[in-house]
Design a protein around this ligand. Sequence first.
Ligand SMILES: [Ca+2]
Length: 375
Amino acid sequence: MIDFSLFWPKPTLQRVWVATILIATYAGTAWANDLKSIKVQQNTGRQAAPQETAYASRPEVMRFADDLASRRDLDVLWVRQAIGQARMSPTVIRLMQPPAKSFSKNWRVYRSRFIDPIRIAAGARFWQDNQATLARAEQEYGVPADIIVGIIGVETIYGRDTGKFRVLDALTTLAFDFPAAHPRARERSEFFKGELEQFLSHQSRLGSDPTAPRGSYAGAMGMPQFMPSSWVKYAVDFDGDGRIDLWNSPADVIGSVANYFKAFNWQTGMPTHYPVRFDTATLDMDALMAPDILPTFSVASFSAKGAVLEGDALSHTGPLALIELLNGDPNNGGSPPTYVAGTENFYAITRYNWSSYYAMAVIDLGREVAARVRP
Ligand SMILES: [Ca+2]
């Protein structure tokens, strides 16, 4: 759910399914059942000493462990041992590098990576298998099934690819070895320290092995790729079995995604976007693009700046944003950009992953799957 630097789909999404199904199964079991395995180990007295890595000998890392333990009222030895087992991942660092400057964004190419027959078919199966739960989520949270189905499909192809990195390794690497060349390295490493803190607190409370959960290179977990802080804040037990399992319970995943959007101001019944065209005589593109994706303009002020709406859009009451999706460089083999008028609900989807390309892929995948299940 977090993709700070990569414009392209995560490389993990292209892995073969057999491998990802195994990873998903392993990861889910690990998150859920570790308390049991730890108890067994303690009872038999055969618990191996945690294997320490370079992080155990870095004073600033161990200071962080001590502070975290004190802030969260956790066992300081447990926290030190947990972070001390983290392994620095060069792959995670490489994947977090900013894209090459010469790179030209291309919505049509981006879209084709996510809106494909395999993902649509998987989405249709997921929808059919979980129809009643999706309807219940829509009723309770106001978030339509196609948006929830779009999110889970774009994130992990409905649980087929939940990530192969040890979450502990990914978060510790990004917290303490974030690529210094990144323009926002300091801010990002602070963010990942916060996520590492949430992750370790959660694992400690569950009595779980912190080295077990697997996720994305950024530490996002489960079918909806929740970061630890989102798991803590927004995950819900939607199948009522008394625990939250975002790896193996489609109901918990559906409820949690809907709850996330509700928390980010999803407006029941509001479309995500409208078509827009331009009146070249009055067009003020600089003014329309200035707020970027943040919905700012009323229908009247949008129209006054040359952005022309039609039909239902004319009676829209909330603020709008002009969303620009580049289709490569028009002077170098590309096409002119795609534009839509984004509503507050379009913006809500970008709170899941901060990209208008991502949001539009979620919307389009959801629509394609909806067309398949209710033609
Ligand atoms: Ca549950």
